[in-house]
Design a protein around this ligand. Sequence first.
Ligand code: TXA
Ligand code: MG
Length: 329
Amino acid sequence: MTAPLVTRKTPADTAAIEAAVRCLASGGLVAFPTETVYGLGADATNGEAVARLYAAKGRPAFNPLIAHVVDRAAAQVLARFDADAARLAAAFWPGPLTLVLPKAAGCPVAELATAGLDSIAVRVPHHAVAQKILAGFARPVVAPSANRSGHVSPTTAEHVLADLGGRIDFIVDGGPTSVGVESTIIACLGEPVLLRPGGVPRDAIERALLQPLADPPAGFAAMDDAPLAPGMLASHYAPHTPLRLDADRIEASEALLAFGPKLADGAERAARVLNLSERADLIEAAANLFSHLRALDAAGAKCIAVMPIPRGDLGEAINDRLARAASPR
Ligand code: TXA
Ligand code: MG
């Protein structure tokens, strides 16, 4: 683990909001209030900042994050809206609704933040402090609930400090949140599907859509940090090329996903080599994971050989995703 940080908690005045924006711009982690729960924010376009966010939360897996933006126009840079999504955004944004949509071409959000998926979760929060931070930063901010993985979502700055003190840079204290439960998540990737019940009630959404919603799978509303994946929604990224894990010898015509300064035997035979982190840094490796997998998947090799990656810190989540990507489907 990296050295403990000094976590500053400050009332949400103008100076605090400016400091929060500067902190985000320098790759830092800032907790801030939204109307639902406090979020832990990072620059969505900065892969290493996103990797540090997963490390701070102690997530054992890279679950995709919600990108927060100031308005619908900013959301449109990230995602494609069909007619249902447009209706829901018009009815409930800004507010406690998250939409899972197809990623737009040229979406600037780091691959790690969407866990390599082709879809992206987008939300425009209503809270004045969140709005000011997003307007000042003028880039998307990924923000999971600001709790340690497995703990309940925080509705006060004190909850955030108790859970994440020493692990993040800054807490903007805007008092208790008003909604108190997370945003409702609707996927619009075809027929609209309710992925997580939350701040906007189901019947309000059905009225806006003029049709009933498909149900979430039983039981998953109760779980924090669970990947939400009913029906046609993929729950994790999987390359087309088979993966071979913990490879210490590389065969000809394999592509190599390397880690660390010393390449596996036979690396010179590889069709293509990409290194997650030559200096064996797990933050850098996490930031590169999904983009390197995609690039190697496109190399036309018969197999992607993956060198062993240590299991400590973010290594646990990296190995979790690699194991899922390698499992037969
Ligand atoms: O109210 C909220 O939504 C809060 C505030 C801070 O905005 N955020 C929040 O984020 O609850 P988080 O990370 O704790 O929960 C987001 C959920 C996760 O279960 C994740 O799996 C799901 O959204 N999610 C994100 N992107 C997804 C995608 N592309 N497809 C399916 N599920 C997705
Ligand atoms: Mg959460």
